[in-house]
Ligand binder design. Structure first.
Ligand SMILES: Cc1ncc(COP(=O)(O)O)c(C=O)c1O
Length: 361
């Protein structure tokens, strides 16, 4: 089994298109276009000497910050080297025999389960229903699986499922002995995210884990921080299998400052909302591109023009220094789909101009 393929690989793009890494406009990775907040930057520079020391292996201070932020106890939280690290830890700890994955979605769930010796069943979401689902639909597919991965909002399709539908699935999962993992890596970008997150329910539900990432919203992809929220008993199990010093000292500092930076969070939310609307409206104007409803900081699109598929389009844009995510490598999708991150206005304008040129407008 090959390792999953991801966007944001500037090294590969730079070799392929013979351009410098900083010459690209990268719409293939969904990172906050506002970049690092000044507060995080300053804290990192002030703390650079921490690079000399071992970090706190328990991330105590950061856990306290996260638990205050979420209104949980510290013991309900485990911090990891990005949320991807925690996906692997969950698979390693709970050793699922059989896992249900709603596809198309983030490809690391499948890989993590399979390398832990488990097998995967796939529930293919319907293109006609914008890849969204209602409570009964997951339930009908649940036939003895002991772990279910649900991504909300979903990557790459961008759709958001209601709390009611998720909680129904969690409750039914419990009756059938299944643990539900809800990956909320992109939920900070969602308007009224409080109405969708399951972090509070994860504390009191013995079969629910919620994953969060700080790498996208706070632009810490290179430093790596994520966390999982769950019942204390489940968190303790996970902790036993985690390797020591998983989260480096600078990442712990950056994450602590990120969670205290309310201003940056509000600025990001309103910027993304405004630019997502702008980008989606411009994409809708191009004949041959159909954007789907988008809840996070990226827009998933179907290509409908004869002769233009996702790899051809990615190649044509790549030659111009513009990277998009060709979604044909996602299980359950084909070469009619692309994903575009929401970036700064001037970058979005360049993408639209290049697309109009390719689509002959
Ligand atoms: C849905 C989803 N979950 C988790 C991750 C992993 O994020 P990180 O390990 O950077 O926190 C990604 C990365 O793209 C993702 O798309």
């Amino acid at each position: 089994m090959n390792r999953p393929f991801h966007g944001g690989n500037l090294k590969e793009a730079s070799l392929k298109y013979k351009m410098g890494r900083d010459e690209f406009i990268d719409f293939s990775a969904n990172i906050n276009p506002l970049g690092l907040s000044p507060r995080i930057k300053e804290a990192l520079l002030d703390s650079i000497d921490l690079a000399l020391c071992y970090p706190d292996p328990y991330c105590d201070e950061l856990k306290r910050e996260i638990s205050t932020h979420l209104g949980t106890d510290k013991e309900n939280i485990l911090v990891g080297n990005g949320s991807c690290d925690l996906i692997y830890l969950i698979a390693r700890t709970f050793n699922p025999r059989n896992c249900l994955i709603l596809i198309p979605t983030f490809s690391e769930y499948e890989y993590a389960v399979k390398i832990s010796g488990g097998s995967c069943q796939f529930f293919k979401l319907s293109e006609e229903k914008d890849f969204l689902w209602k409570k009964e639909s997951v339930l009908k597919r649940l036939k003895g699986e002991d772990l279910v991965f649900i991504c909300n909002p979903n990557n790459p399709t961008g759709g958001l499922v209601s709390k009611e539908d998720l909680l129904f699935t969690v409750a039914e999962g419990k009756k059938r002995g299944a643990t539900i993992v809800v990956d909320e890596a992109f939920i900070d970008f969602v308007e009224d995210s409080d109405q969708f997150t399951l972090v509070r329910e994860a504390v009191s539900n013995g079969n629910l884990l919620v994953l969060r990432s700080l790498t996208k919203f706070f632009a810490l992809a290179g430093l790596r921080v994520g966390y999982v929220v769950g019942a204390k008993r489940m968190i303790k199990e996970l902790e036993k299998k985690q390797s020591p010093w998983s989260v480096n000292g600078l990442a712990q500092i950056a994450a602590r400052e990120a969670l205290r930076d309310q201003n940056f969070a509000e600025k990001t939310k309103s910027y993304i909302q405004q630019e997502r609307n702008y980008l989606k409206e411009r994409l809708e104007e191009i004949e041959g591109i159909e954007p789907y409803p988008a809840a996070a900081n990226f827009i998933f699109c179907r290509l409908t023009k004869d002769g233009i598929n996702s790899s051809l389009l990615a190649e044509k844009l790549g030659c111009q220094g513009i990277l998009i995510r060709d979604c044909s490598t996602f299980r359950g999708l084909d070469n009619r789909f692309i994903r575009i991150a929401v970036k700064k206005r001037e970058e979005n304008i360049k993408l639209i101009a290049a697309l109009k040129d390719i689509f002959g407008e």
